[in-house]
Design a protein around this ligand. Structure first.
Ligand code: RP5
Length: 166
């Protein structure tokens, strides 16, 4: 199976990023985790993206806060799919990072998840790899079915509590 790269702009991003690492581990998807910054270590970020395909990666997840150019900077240097996670920071609650990540110019796509959406980023990366991995696709389908059952059980409990007396 190809690997997922998880790149974050700073080690201060780890509390959110670790949720993506954990989610990929749940599905047995191999990943590597790195700190490369579009602003502080641009040469290293560029070199990583340029070599990612030949180094066995299938998807890159990029997490950054504030003026979050990391996902776009990586995407500019690879045609692997890049999933951006905009991270919440103090000043603007993550809206700064969301807009910086999502508003890419035509031709350089970044698939952006919600603010601090690390779990969805990992799931999206797994779904991309599952395009050519039937066993992974089966795991994703099973997990989705289990989640559906949980929600149906919650609905049944709510309906039983409120609807019998209406
Ligand atoms: C961004 O700046 C990082 O992704 C991080 O979210 C934010 C703050 O970084 P530190 O000052 O905590 O290193 O580039």
């Amino acid at each position: 199976m190809k690997k997922v790269a998880i790149v974050m702009g700073s080690d201060s991003d780890l509390p959110v990023v670790e949720k993506a690492v954990g989610k990929l581990a749940e599905y047995g998807v191999p990943c590597e985790v790195h700190v490369f910054s579009a602003h502080r270590t641009p040469d290293q970020a560029r070199a990583f993206a340029r070599g990612a395909r030949e180094n066995g990666f299938g998807v890159i997840i990029a997490a950054a806060g504030m003026a979050a150019h990391l996902a776009g900077a990586l995407a500019a240097n690879t045609t692997l799919p890049v999933v951006g996670i905009p991270l919440k920071s103090k000043a603007l609650d993550g809206v700064d990072a969301l807009l910086s990540t999502v508003q890419m110019p035509s031709g350089i796509p970044v698939a952006t998840v919600g603010i601090d959406g690390a779990a969805n980023a990992a799931l999206l990366a797994a779904e991309i790899l599952a395009l050519s991995d039937d066993a992974l696709a089966a795991k994703l389908d099973a997990a989705r079915a289990a989640e559906t059952e949980k929600v149906l059980a919650k609905n049944a409990a709510v309906e039983a509590r409120f609807n019998s007396s209406c």
